[in-house]
Design a binder for this molecule. Structure first.
Ligand code: ATP
Ligand code: MG
Length: 177
């Protein structure tokens, strides 16, 4: 068995509980230990103060690219720049996946991007379903569209039972970002 046999599946981490982005980062960390090449593209995010942005710089075979903007996207009323950035991010994602340079490509928050209709879920699903190479693709974020879970090989839903946010604990460095 070669070490990249059975690679190329589609994974989805969704749901309203904490742990989707961090699970994908855990996967990236594990894979990087095997010298696999990992690329994470973060949709709707632009902040170089995130721990994963700083950590990625220390792991040569883990590349992280943010394709969003600094302000929060209003999911019910996105601005035209949000459509443009989402489309550019998707073009980048396709070329990174098809490049064959990466064993794992993580599209962080892309589920939310599709749920907000910044990207067409059926277009993304069709591309992934037709993908022939052995690049594993991981899609994270709440509200994974049914078109995506239909074609995925692995779907995990993080279920929110408790979160300290509900008792007033703000986002914490090293835990939440
Ligand atoms: P993380 O990045 O910590 O793995 P996530 O990717 O599962 O979280 P997102 O939906 O991307 O969660 O939300 C990002 C931020 O919202 C994180 O700071 C996270 O801690 C926080 N968060 C996640 N789940 C909840 C929740 N159920 N209630 C409040 N805040 C949450
Ligand atoms: Mg997340």
């Amino acid at each position: 068995m070669g070490k990249h046999d059975n690679f190329g599946l589609i994974q989805v981490y969704t749901g309203n509980g904490k742990g989707k982005t961090t699970a994908s980062l855990g996967l990236a960390f594990r894979a990087s230990g095997h010298e696999f090449n990992v690329c994470m593209i973060q949709f709707m995010k632009k902040n170089d103060e995130y721990g994963e942005v700083k950590a990625a710089l220390k792991i040569p075979n883990f590349k992280l690219i943010q394709v969003g903007r600094e302000a929060f996207v209003d999911l019910k009323n996105p601005e035209s720049i949000d459509y443009k950035l989402a489309e550019e991010g998707w073009e980048l994602a396709k070329s990174v996946i098809l490049s064959g340079q990466y064993n794992i490509v993580i599209l962080d928050e892309v589920n939310v991007t599709m749920a907000a209709k910044l990207l067409d879920a059926s277009v993304v699903a069709a591309f992934l379903a037709e993908k022939k190479n052995n690049t594993e693709v991981v899609l994270t974020g709440r509200y994974a569209p049914p078109e995506i879970t239909a074609i995925a090989h692995l779907v995990t839903e993080m279920h929110d039972i408790k979160h300290p946010f509900s008792i007033g604990v703000p986002a914490r460095q090293g835990i939440d970002f």
